[in-house]
Design a protein around this ligand. Sequence first.
Ligand SMILES: [Zn+2]
Length: 349
Amino acid sequence: MDTNRTINFNYKLWAIILVAQFLLFYALSKFPGAINFFSKLFEWKKNVHTALFSAETISVGDLIYILLASGILILFLLSIIKRNKAYLKKILIALNIFYLVYQCSWGMLYFQPPIINHLKKRNIQNSEIEALTLQYLDTCRSQRALLREDSNGVFKVINYKAIQQEILNQQIRLPKTISNKKPVSILDVKSSLFGSLMSETGILGYYNPFTAEAQYNPDVPSTQLPFTIAHEMAHQLGFAREQEASFIGFLCAKQSASLELQYSANLYALKSLIRAIAMTDEAFAKHIIQSYSEPMKRDRAYEVRFGKKHSGMISDFFGVTNDLFLKSNQQDGSITYSYFVNLLILYHE
Ligand SMILES: [Zn+2]
């Protein structure tokens, strides 16, 4: 009777500690000093953390996720079968540790001052987006003509290791006005163990905050994969926000010597611009897509086929959800372009 009461108390205590952690980190996210501390902590541990599992060819982070998920599931089932709260206590302890490590090593970085603070903010005109779209269309058309294809005439990257190394080299040369982060000196980019699952959900890659590994889905089309890797590697530098990681990945690709990397990033920029244009001028957006070169059209058709084959969750330009989003955006008369497009336009000044 007494031990039961102790277990009950213990398990409630760990639940309370977890809630207290949520509140604590929420409160800390409001203090610039605290955010700065976690940014500094990340900088300090970055190289060691990245080196830690870089020698393993297999993704250690994915193994940890699998073990953790199955461990929690087993404990949960045991708690039901044996009607014993001691198992729930173990789950709560694991969640507490998991959450604490996550927030200290990554979560707080989402509250860092945004990159846009380093650029001169102003209103963006539609005409600017149109002009930049045409410019990127032109660049993509001419770059694509020089690239390798597979037997179906679709763009194909052979050597991903070289691209990863190139991104690492370019991270050192990021403009100091935009990034004051220390470069990572070790390559730690791995193919995910959840490749097919990722294809089904449209996930191209992710960063593992526990092992600092940059993960990618190896099945993704060559048009998207080099840029995806640049994006995940930007997370390794300490850029947590999605659109900022894309922007940093884009900058690395932009100044790179690898044409494959450049094309993949320029195509991403082009698609983002088309999506922005589609908000106000769908006809112009469609016209741009129709003006793709023949090889670019084959690449796009391959991306669409890949998306459709895998439940079609990889968003198409004019998908229903996107369309609804755009319409709701236009209703209030003001248009908010994606943060990436904002950064891109301001950077081009
Ligand atoms: Zn990301």
